[in-house]
Design a protein around this ligand. Structure first.
Ligand code: C2E
Ligand code: MG
Ligand code: MG
Length: 708
């Protein structure tokens, strides 16, 4: 998984942890809320049920009080003896004896009043055994009560009534015989009253389980109450008592447990929250690290390609000073790795990184894009040349690592972020400029130019043309004679590739490197070998030299393919010489060695081409078992420039001949050159003087002429 993906994965994990924790906390809070609601509802319901019971009990208490006095009144008023006595002249005495006297300490009533049939004359009125004035004690309400009682003979009239001292219950009924005998005259009325005092309230309270029952003028806040109304329905007081609130009592009992459970839940939730937060924090750190890793190079700590592109994406482009990107490729870094090992190579990368970061104040970012490839972003007004010179100056002095002196160079490709180009396009442009800088030689700086794109386009077109030409067999072989330096006789022919297009001939100096770069060289080389051999079969006795690209020689299949081609065409391998340039000896000496050894076993010879224009030494000639050396044309033409070229040539040739390696001189254009080289010891000559490259047809003609 890439670090970027890891970052995304960790971010997903973090959000799922946050979601889970939040869900957990919300669910727990919901449950707690529900539980609290249930407990509160149960408490309130229990209280309400008991309050309703208490209200019913209070009403029952009043009803019991009323019915008791009512029954007592009926017992005394509906009484034959009383009826008779009250109608007699001794009514007052009789009433005192039976009722007035009793009122002193009788539990069922506190006073007894007998009012005459006229409904206003007091026959007898005693309160607590003493005479009293009912009109003053009860007020006008008393006479309304008497009127009503006199009118409704059958049942007693019972009402609460306000007295001078408080509230009393008064029951009144007409005094009448037990059994009616005809129409009764207007009747006297007996009234008993009982004060609603603390004794009565105490009895009612005990009988009906109404603790704390008492009378009050108005309902007290926080207490239950039942209103007491008089005859007219007016409220004259309230029975009040405290609620028992059994729900609250139970709640108080279980409260410690509920509190403990709540505390545990709060602690648990806090724990869950803290764990969630710390896990989310840990994951966020991981994500940050993964993002950092995705955008940075681990060795140098610089941005990597991904990080650079992201930075370029975020950079604000202004017309005044657009950001400029410089790609820097180290020259000779591979050699450092090969010579000193990777640890030193790594140290060098770090040193270069630090040097690049600090090289100019306008450098806003440095990235490492690959092994020895860096990128630098400049934002500011400094000229491109100034930045390039600053970078190149870093490599002017050798680097010192563990006492070693290490020299590396740098090539630079620069591109400005003109207009609104995408970061990737900017990178491509700088890369193209860098490619050109490296092509031009080390230590160069090149700025991107649209011409580079056009050139690449032309190369791409040429590539496709070349592919078609190879496929169509349009690449032809011409042959240049190789003659004996002593006799001048043609001893061999060198095959050279020719490509004729509609717009003109294209030089092998152009299309051979192109074929090497675009992977067409094996096909082209194979085609040349086959065509040349097919022609050479017409020229028995002559050797054939064919040029082979270093890229071909590095192909492990090459030797086998050449041998099977020779067998297929029935061509004597001893007639064939393969010409190779020194490049392959440098780049891949082991594979070159294997191919050369294999082919030499079947009798094929090898010539080292273009000797003297590069670095190949005489030692390499022996080491790889070359059968021949070909002196480069540049050394031959130098003979005409009057320097000490002749001495160098002579020394080189005598060294080769001392090693018994015969030498061919190529590019001989005049007799003087031919004479010097012959004298210097070359046994074979080649050049326009002897013969230009010719078609196979022309060669055949020329050979026939010579034979004739
Ligand atoms: P080379 O193998 O060194 O071939 C000799 C080159 O020198 C040829 O150029 C030839 O035409 C030229 N030459 C010979 N004598 C003279 C002279 O007196 N004066 C001047 N000015 N030039 C002379 P050409 O044909 O353009 O080939 C250039 C190079 O291309 C060859 O150099 C060889 O390296 C490569 N090449 C040509 N054909 C092939 C091929 O089939 N395969 C491969 N791999 N390389 C080829
Ligand atoms: Mg050659
Ligand atoms: Mg050559």
């Amino acid at each position: 998984m890439s670090s970027n993906l890891a970052g995304r994965h960790v971010r997903t994990q973090t959000s799922s942890i946050i979601v889970t924790t939040v869900c957990f906390v919300v669910v727990a809070l919901l449950l707690t809320g529900l539980m609290t609601h249930v407990v509160a509802t149960m408490t309130r319901s229990a209280n309400e049920i008991d309050d309703a019971r208490a209200n019913r009990a209070a009403r029952a208490a009043i009803a019991a009080f009323v019915s008791r006095l009512s029954a007592t009144t009926t017992d005394n008023a509906v009484w034959d003896d009383a009826y008779k006595a009250i109608s007699s002249p001794s009514a007052a005495d009789w009433a005192y004896e039976n009722w007035g006297k009793t009122s002193e300490d009788y539990p069922l009533y506190d006073g007894a009043i007998v009012i005459g049939p006229d409904r206003s004359s007091i026959v007898s009125a005693y309160s607590k055994g003493k005479p009293f004035q009912p009109g003053a004690f009860f007020g006008q309400a008393f006479y309304r009560q008497i009127d009503t009682a006199a009118d409704s003979v059958q049942a007693p009239v019972v009402n609460f009534i306000k007295t001078e001292t408080g509230i009393a219950l008064i029951a009144s009924q007409a005094i009448q015989p037990y059994e009616e005998e005809g129409e009764l005259p207007r009747l006297s009325v007996l009234s008993f009253y009982k004060e609603f005092n603390s004794d009565v309230l105490g009895t009612l309270s005990n009988e009906h389980e109404l603790e704390g029952l008492h009378l009050a003028a108005a309902p007290a806040p926080g207490l239950l109450n039942t209103p007491i109304t008089d005859m007219k329905g007016g409220v004259i007081g309230h029975l009040v008592w405290p609620s028992k609130a059994p729900g609250s009592a139970v709640y108080r009992q279980v409260y410690p447990y509920v509190a403990a459970a709540t505390l545990i839940l709060v602690l648990f939730l806090t724990g869950v929250l803290l764990a969630g937060v710390s896990e989310a924090r840990r994951l966020r750190k991981l994500a940050q690290a993964a993002i950092f890793e995705a955008n940075h190079d681990s060795l140098s700590g610089l941005l990597n390609r991904h990080g650079l592109l992201a930075l370029l994406d975020e950079l604000v482009v202004t017309d005044f000073s657009p950001p400029r990107l410089y790609l820097i490729d180290l020259d000779g870094f591979k050699a450092v790795n090969d010579a000193w090992g990777h640890a030193v190579g790594d140290d060098l990368i770090r040193m270069v990184s630090n040097a690049l970061i600090a090289c100019h104040p306008e450098v806003v970012a440095v990235a490492r894009l690959g092994g020895d490839e860096f990128a630098l972003v400049q934002v500011g007004t400094a000229a491109r040349q100034e930045i390039e010179e600053t970078i190149l100056a870093l490599f002017a002095e050798p680097f010192k690592i563990d006492g070693r002196t290490i020299e590396v160079g740098a090539s630079i490709g620069a591109a400005a972020r003109d207009g609104d180009i995408e970061p990737l396009e900017l990178l491509r442009r700088a890369d193209m400029a860098l490619y050109r800088a490296k092509e031009n030689g080390r230590g160069r700086a090149i700025e991107y130019d649209p011409e580079l794109d056009r050139e690449r386009q032309r190369v791409a077109e040429l590539e496709s043309l070349l592919k078609t030409a190879i496929g169509d067999g349009a690449i032809e072989a011409v042959f240049q004679p190789l003659v004996s330096a002593t006799t001048g006789a043609v001893t061999g022919l060198e095959a050279l590739a020719r490509w004729k297009t509609a717009t003109g001939n294209i030089s092998p100096e152009i299309f051979i490197p192109l074929a090497e770069r675009c992977g067409l060289i094996d096909a082209l080389g194979g085609h040349m070998l086959k065509t040349s051999i097919e022609h050479a079969k017409n020229w028995p006795g002559l050797a054939l030299s064919v040029n082979v690209s270093p890229v071909q020689l590095c192909n492990p299949e090459f030797a086998v393919e050449v041998i099977s081609l020779l067998q297929e065409l029935d061509f004597d391998p001893r007639r064939l010489t393969l010409e190779i340039t020194e490049g392959v000896l440098m780049t891949n000496p082991d594979q070159a060695r294997r191919s050369i050894d294999h082919l030499k076993q079947v009798g094929i010879k090898f010539a080292l081409d273009d000797f003297g224009c590069g670095y190949a030494s005489i030692g390499a000639l022996r080491q790889f078992g070359f059968d021949r050396m070909k002196i480069d044309r540049s050394l031959v033409s130098a003979l005409d420039q009057g320097s000490n070229g002749a001495d160098v040539l002579k020394a080189t040739i005598s060294l080769a001949t001392a090693l018994q390696i015969p030498v061919t001189a190529e590019g001989i254009e005049n007799i003087r050159q031919a004479a010097i080289l012959r004298e210097a010891g070359c046994d074979q000559l080649q050049g326009y003087l002897i013969g230009k490259p010719m078609s196979a047809f022309d060669i055949s003609n020329k050979l026939q002429e010579q034979a004739a």
